[in-house]
Design a protein around this ligand. Sequence first.
Ligand code: NAD
Length: 468
Amino acid sequence: MNIDVKMIEELVKKVIESVGEEASMQNEDYNYGIFDHMGDAVEAAATAQKKYLNCSMSNRAEYVEVIRNVVLKKENLEFISQMTVEETGMGMYEHKLIKNTLAAKKSPGIEDLTTEAMSGDDGLTIVEYSPFGVIGAIAPTTNPTETIICNSIGMLAAGNAVVFSPHPRAKNVSLALIKLINKGLEEAGAPKNLIVTVREPSIENTTLMMENPKVRMLVATGGPAIVKTVLSSGKKAIGAGAGNPPVVVDETADIEKAADDIVKGCSFDNNLPCIAEKEILAVDSIADYLIFNMKKFGAYEVKDQTLIKQLEELVINEKGGPKTSFVGKSAPYILSKLGIEVGSEIKVILMETSVAHPFVQTELMMPILPLVRVKDVDEAIDLAIEVEHGNRHTAMMHSKNVDKLTKMAKLIQTTIFVKNGPSYAGIGVGGEGHTTFTIAGPTGEGLTSAKSFARKRKCVLVGGLDVR
Ligand code: NAD
């Protein structure tokens, strides 16, 4: 009898592997991608990624679809949205539903990975997007689940496995979502542990993740400290950092619409999105009418200077940053702490300030919106550039003057520039284009998608397949 020893060895190896997997699935400690130690999490992701290399592009497309479906399943969507609000104490349930739905539906999948081809007398060359391997992804507390959703879709579409470092204050919901996604992926036949994390996310664990040589790429979505850390890591890194988006309104704008858009954008998820309107630069001749209209759409104007001072002391900490206990809180909640009771129709707290005021200069991430009055649109543009602090993140402008729109867009150099719409139009809500909750200003990938998480590789076939 002719026995192929190599083939038998391969078969035995496969059986042992699958028995091992079965056993670990039955082990009650088996927890769908959640590990006690960061080293084990990275190891598991590396093993998963190796297996993932053998999956086809249609497999990848199927797994991306699984992630979308897991998130969009009504009970999961409601569960993660509710749990985020409860655990972080930030944002609004109804808006979390919208943000999670958006991330699940509009984060691009494998279609983003387009191949370039060059053919000629010397043959055919293709340039393809290929995985980095294991990616370490750090998520913020402001969009914890949204970031996991869009990063998982993009990173898996590009053929990677992911080790997440969720924010410790969003630990439970992040772990719950990672388990749900892993369960769905495994049921669809994907390799186990394509998405992993640790039971106790912490700065120490994030550091261990970043230092692990098996993690080939880092993606930080968060404030300046973590972006700086990943950019100093010596690894390929994407930094999606802080913003302080200004909105300019000039005398040519549709003021009623501008007022409505600004209130809607600023109050979306209680101002948590890094793209949300944080301060207004309004031309003097229309400033009063803008304020009048904003009040119609749900702004509560504070004029009393003593109250503005009290509000400043209430929400700004001794280091000059926002107090965490007020980040993502609603306008009625914040006002109630000043003894002012208003209903849920109030979305935004509005006041006139100087450009030097901390409400203008600081990224508060709460629905407090200062308005700075300026003599003309050129001054508004200059100040908008100044208060954006070179973050190159997001800016808005309401104007019908094409020259001035072009001037601001060119000079401010933000990753997102929304003309005549609310900020969220920039991430695909009522504006064209895909979504992401990892907007990479500092490192230039822009609105990240699968191709941001892939390496370009060139394959050259010499002397063939040019069929012209
Ligand atoms: P954060 O910087 O406090 O935390 C972000 C993540 O980094 C968390 O997981 C945290 O645990 C981790 N982290 C922070 N410092 C670290 C350190 N020294 N070592 C290891 N890990 C560290 O930010 P946040 O409060 O969760 O989120 C809000 C900030 O993120 C805002 O500045 C906002 O503009 C920004 N943000 C940017 C984007 C974007 O796409 N550009 C998206 C969302 C949030």
